[in-house]
Ligand binder design. Structure first.
Ligand SMILES: C[S@@+](CC[C@H](N)C(=O)[O-])C[C@H]1O[C@@H](n2cnc3c(N)ncnc32)[C@H](O)[C@@H]1O
Length: 210
């Protein structure tokens, strides 16, 4: 019962005590994944970069510092109104300068033009998508040909979360997501083991072909 409640809040944080606690957890627990997803995306100053399921917005903040070129643009999408508002506050300055746009939307129907994104990243997000193929197709649609997608995760932690019922079904399994990416038009799909400050994590990479 409690595991299901925690899983529900992680997948879609709401304005509530548990939603607030979840955002504290995301900050202390996931910052390393957000920072590394940005690092591994190899962001260039004039790229258009998209974060899916950005949560409180720490990854957006990190990515914005790399988009210093005149054409550099940051996009974000999250279907939690609470997270949309929290992240909007965090990068208010970039939004007001027209350098960033955040969408309060399900990523499957994100209102982003096709073939416009150079780099897309997400952390701790795909496990909650009911249909991984629909999610992968939605990302592929907005990516430029050759665009790179990166997702970071801590496999040990999500395996534990699944064993206690915080994550349900099989969508948390990296191989299931990687298969969805391959069947949605991504190539060179691979998972690499990484480590920072003695913390082990994994990164999945995929390149959009069109
Ligand atoms: C566990 S939180 C992770 C937040 C942040 N990436 C991090 O690692 O700290 C998952 C986030 O993905 C968002 N999310 C999940 N499924 C989504 C979907 N289909 N469309 C848009 N946002 C989604 C949730 O609202 C939530 O903010």
């Amino acid at each position: 019962m409690l595991s299901k409640k925690v899983g529900k809040q992680l997948g879609h944080p709401t304005y509530s005590l548990s939603g607030w606690l979840v955002t504290k957890f995301l900050k202390w627990h996931n910052l390393i994944l957000e920072e590394n997803a940005v690092k591994l995306s190899n962001i260039q100053p004039n790229d258009t970069v998209l974060e899916l399921g950005h949560g409180p917005g720490f990854g957006l903040q990190e990515a914005s510092q790399l988009l210093m070129g005149p054409r550099g643009k940051l996009l974000g999408v999250d279907y939690s109104q609470y997270m949309h508002q929290m992240a909007s506050k965090r990068i208010q300055e970039q939004i007001s300068r027209g350098k960033a746009v955040l969408y309060y939307s399900d990523l499957v129907s994100m209102p982003i033009e096709e073939n416009t994104v150079d780099k897309a990243f997400h952390c701790n997000c795909y496990y909650y998508w009911p249909d991984l193929k629909a999610g992968a197709k939605a990302i592929h649609r907005v990516m430029k040909p050759g665009g790179i997608m990166v997702t970071t995760l801590r496999l040990g932690n999500i395996t534990k979360a699944a064993s206690v019922g915080v994550l349900t079904g099989d969508n948390w399994r990296p191989e299931v997501y990687m298969e969805a990416l391959e069947s949605s038009g991504f190539t060179d799909v691979r998972m690499e083991n990484k480590m920072e400050n003695l913390i082990k994590f994994q990164a999945i990479f995929a390149t959009a072909v069109k």
